[in-house]
Design a protein around this ligand. Structure first.
Ligand code: FMN
Length: 159
């Protein structure tokens, strides 16, 4: 079974740390949404979508990619994010909806705090400085391990 992780990380490369940790565990390819063609993306069994949260949602490039896909029937996907205010129930809502409308099955979600210096926060040095930290990365790896077990398959060490 194969996996790919699509991510955008523009503010402080916070989400990139998480994307790399997850991809390492899953032995997954890591790509930016503007660098992957729909046919390639859909050739994987499991797809992770993640970014920082920018104005209460994931980066628009992820939505653009998802909108460009044909209907997928039950393909497995997971969502991840880093955010100044880590409330995945709200922050993931739009991406969750876009994926479900395409026919994806969302098999897991991960989120953690990310250093945020957006706007006036810069004046106070931002919030969540140092995040994602080692603990966040450890949790991301454990999450990926769960995704790997869902995915199964001898190439990923099971079998
Ligand atoms: C333009 C902009 C808008 C943001 N909007 C939100 C927001 O609505 N909610 C939130 O929790 N964090 C918000 N943040 C903080 C980022 O989600 C957080 O810093 C995240 O870790 C950035 O990830 P990145 O370094 O991978 O881009 C915003 C940051 C920027 C730069």
């Amino acid at each position: 079974m194969s996996a790919i992780v699509v991510y955008v990380s523009i503010h402080h490369k916070n989400t990139e740390k998480i994307a790399k940790a997850i991809a390492e565990v899953l032995n997954a390819k890591l790509v930016k949404p503007w660098k992957v063609k729909p046919e390639e993306l859909l050739s994987y069994d499991l797809i992770g979508f993640g970014s920082g949260i920018y104005y209460w949602k994931h980066h628009r490039a992820l939505f653009k990619l998802i909108n460009s896909l044909p209907e997928v029937k039950g393909k497995k996907a997971f969502i991840f994010s880093t955010a100044g205010i880590n409330v995945p129930f709200i922050n993931h809502r739009k991406l969750r909806k876009a994926l479900r409308e395409k026919g994806f099955e969302i098999v897991g979600e991960f989120s953690c705090k990310g250093w945020d210096t957006n706007g006036w926060l810069e004046k106070i040095g931002g919030i969540n400085k140092g995040h994602p930290d080692e603990g966040d990365i450890e949790r991301a790896k454990r999450f990926a391990e769960k995704m790997r077990q869902l995915e199964g398959g001898p190439q990923n060490g099971r079998g």
